[in-house]
Design a protein around this ligand. Sequence first.
Ligand code: CA
Length: 294
Amino acid sequence: MQRVSKDTFIYAMSAKNKPAAHVEPGTQVLFETWDALHGQLQTADAGFESLDWDCVNPATGPIYINGAEPGDVLSVKIESIEVSGAGIVLCGAGMGVMGHALQGHCTKIVPIKDGLVHFSDAIKLPLNKMIGVIGTAPKSGEIPCGVPDLHGGNMDCKEIREGATVLLPVNVPGALLAIGDLHAVMGDGEIGVTGVEVAGSVTVTVDIFKGKALQLPMIRNDSHVMTLASDEDLDKAVDMSVANMISFLTESEGFSPEDAVMLTSLVADVRICQVVDPKKTVRVEFPREHLRSE
Ligand code: CA
């Protein structure tokens, strides 16, 4: 197994980033990850005003997958996610959906133990560990790790968890995969501006699919195949993620456009991943039991 230290991190995804490691397809890779605030907040009552917002959303890596070429699909199977013993939750003025109604800011450090997130003495939440930032280098330029887009990035999708496989585009040689921003638990929408932000590690198996023309990013788990899309406009993100699912069903599964639309209307769920990042992210979940190739 290849280990990638959290000492090798990036704040933006770009073809210019120097690889932290080169790996063969089929390799297991363990990424150590910072929390989304890069460890700047360790206590609830100290440090918020001095937060350096240019130093947030670090992603560990990138790693270069040998043989990956533009036009390929990168498959990232999430084998396991480990989180540290405490996480951070934030809300406040100007942040998230309710930022207009809040004064100042509030920071909560929440212990994580025995599979539970200790929000308060009375409220303990089951762990639902997920990856906030996972992406490849974009075709051109650089995209901050806090922004979701066609390359993946800060999608903050709670279905990116243990057992799921994330499919990402290969835009540059080696793909340059980077991962960060774990959450111990988060609701769809992430309305306050954070989940339980936590450091930890992720073990994945990377692979390459040649010659697959898929509208990406996608997720596949035991029960569903999902398409994701991000845009400043939530309506556009819905339209894009639905169109991507219809493309998948017609081009990869052989459905007629009419059957693809009708079936998606009947059995698929359109869900919000998050509405608080620079672009909002939507996913369409289609049950695998109705796929022709299954
Ligand atoms: Ca995030």
